[in-house]
Unconditional design. Structure first.
Length: 138
């Protein structure tokens, strides 16, 4: 059985073990993250979830998990929650007086448990979501 060097990483790979090539694996992860970031940037934050990202990138849940952890130190679901939280904060900070309240805005971005949302928001931004809304809706 002959061996050959991988063009991506230079390691020696045996014909039956080509899938062990680290360059190919990390390239697949990088591609998956790029595809996901493009999709996230072009979508309403409430309309996309981690399963959608796996389908879009054509990778397994585990591969996407590793890819996001390597790049952001967060899994894809936590990354999306973070993006959604930022989107709610932006919506609250740009709200007009006649727009819906905190609960409805949070629900638009997939936060259905208002108490948990308020705790997470306060932990992240050091203020209650209602304070953000009150400061900007005057």
């Amino acid at each position: 059985m002959s061996s050959r060097a991988c063009g991506g990483c230079g390691t020696i790979s045996w014909p039956l073990l080509k899938s062990n090539c680290g360059a190919r694996l990390f390239g697949n992860r990088d591609r998956a993250v790029r595809l996901c970031l493009d999709a996230i940037a072009g979508a309403n934050p409430a309309d996309i979830n981690a399963t959608d990202l796996c389908d879009l990138a054509g990778v397994s849940t585990r591969t996407l998990e590793y890819a996001f952890r390597e790049r952001f130190d967060l899994g894809p679901a936590a990354f999306l929650r973070s993006r959604h939280m930022l989107a709610v904060r932006k919506a609250l900070s740009e709200a007009e007086p006649d727009q819906p309240g905190v609960g409805e805005m949070a629900a638009r971005f997939g936060f259905w448990h208002s108490g948990q949302f308020a705790r997470d928001y306060k932990t992240r931004f050091n203020e209650a979501p209602s304070a953000t809304l009150a400061r900007t809706a005057h």
